[in-house]
Design a protein around this ligand. Structure first.
Ligand code: NAD
Ligand code: IPM
Ligand code: MN
Length: 358
């Protein structure tokens, strides 16, 4: 039987609460399928670890993770540890070390999910964000000069390489072509006169290889307005690291909330493990109460199943989530219900069992 070795970094706050349900759901899928199993190894890394050991993960953490087929991550960040340390020394290190240059984030309004937009129908909100995930505004290049003096100066550089732009843009074209969808590039070349002019140029260049793909190009300010006013314009979307971060939280807001927003950090060449995670953070405001919504994590588990070649199971999981939303009985408080994290996990597992029995 095929065994998938999964490294689990549950992390901080609601991370462990939601990841538990993701693991239970994945184990249920494996049990029902019978052809494969999961072998989960837990790594106790995160802010508690930092408070004890002065570092976010083991010194050879990246080496340890490399031996796995995928990483399943909850969330990182806790009061008492500066966010730029907790995130740079764990999450961003993993994305960069494993060249997970594609961040695939579905923004899809399922039936039964709450939507703050008046008159929006499910079919109007169905996009896939392809976010650049290793460089750009998140390159970590800069300096802090004359620190703590009246003359201090900080510099944060955006780094856009030809290789980095081409590969994410090409991935998005391929996705649009294979799904027969339009492709929208989101940038900001009117103000960012080097990086985004370069991005737009590469978007056009790569597009020459895909004459069949209908394309659009928007400035990020207008794009955020259209995501609210006319979301059906967007199908496949490709954008830079920072713009993708911001626009996918906006996407979450129009497609059911943070509790439903998932993401896959992919190394498409499969040289390194890819990482699957909800896009939300550690939510310190609700941590420890057992009410965090695990559906985003379960959705990211479905992306993991897709990536391993079990798209039928991936789709089935999304169907189970949708059924749960439509029933409107077992939902966490963010979706207007009063169920616990565990009860939502149980409900998804029951649905999986029932759908396989039919
Ligand atoms: P957040 O996503 O943690 O929370 C924003 C709001 O959404 C909160 O009101 C929270 O209660 C709610 N929310 C988020 N996930 C939810 C869920 N599953 N169910 C119900 N409600 C949910 O963002 P934040 O408050 O800006 O950040 C908190 C911490 O998390 C910070 O330390 C930040 O750096 C970190 N962070 C980590 C990641 C990650 O690990 N991938 C992502 C974003 C933020
Ligand atoms: C996300 C998060 C991260 C990002 C942070 C925590 C560094 O917000 O995955 O969306 O900006 O990529
Ligand atoms: Mn984010």
């Amino acid at each position: 039987m095929k065994t998938y070795k999964i490294a689990v970094i549950a992390g901080d706050g609601i991370g462990p609460e939601v990841i538990d349900e993701g693991i239970r759901v994945l184990n249920e899928v494996a049990k029902l399928d019978g052809r494969f199993r999961f072998d989960f190894t837990h790594f106790p890394w995160g802010c508690e670890f930092y408070k004890k050991h002065g570092k976010m993960m083991d010194d050879d953490g990246v080496e340890k993770l490399k031996k796995h087929d995928a990483i399943f991550l909850g969330a990182v960040g806790a009061p008492g540890v500066p966010d730029h340390i907790s995130l740079w020394d764990l999450l961003l290190t993993i994305r960069k070390s494993f060249d997970q240059y594609i961040n695939l984030r579905p923004v899809k309004l399922l039936k039964g999910a709450p939507c703050p937009l008046k008159n929006a129908k499910e079919e109007d909100i169905n996009m896939t964000f392809v976010r650049e995930n290793t460089e750009g505004e998140y390159a970590g290049s800069g300096a802090w000069l004359y620190k703590n003096s009246p003359n201090e100066v900080v510099i944060q550089n955006g780094v856009f390489s030809r290789k980095g732009c081409e590969r994410v843009i090409r991935y998005a074209y391929e996705l649009a072509k294979s799904q027969n969808k339009t492709l929208t590039s989101i940038s900001k070349a009117n103000a960012l006169n080097y990086s985004m002019v370069f991005w737009d140029k590469i978007f056009k260049e790569v597009g020459k290889d895909y004459p069949e793909v209908k394309t659009y190009s928007y400035l990020v300010d207008a794009a955020s307005m259209f995501m609210v006013k006319d979301p059906k314009r967007f199908e496949i979307v490709v954008t830079s690291n920072l713009f993708g971060d911001i626009l996918t939280d906006l996407g979450a807001a129009i497609a059911g909330g943070m509790g439903l927003a998932a993401g896959a950090n992919l190394n498409p060449e499969r040289v390194y493990p890819s990482m699957f995670e909800p896009i939300h953070g550690s939510a310190p405001d609700i941590a420890g109460k057992g009410v965090a919504n695990p559906l985003a994590t379960i959705w990211s588990a479905s992306q993991m199943l897709d990536f391993f070649g079990y798209a039928d199971w991936g789709a089935k999981l999304i169907d189970c989530i949708e059924e749960l939303l439509v029933e409107n009985k077992t939902l966490t408080p963010d979706l207007g219900g009063n169920a616990s994290t565990r009860e939502v996990g149980d409900a998804i597992i029951n649905k999986l069992k029932n759908s396989s029995a039919n």
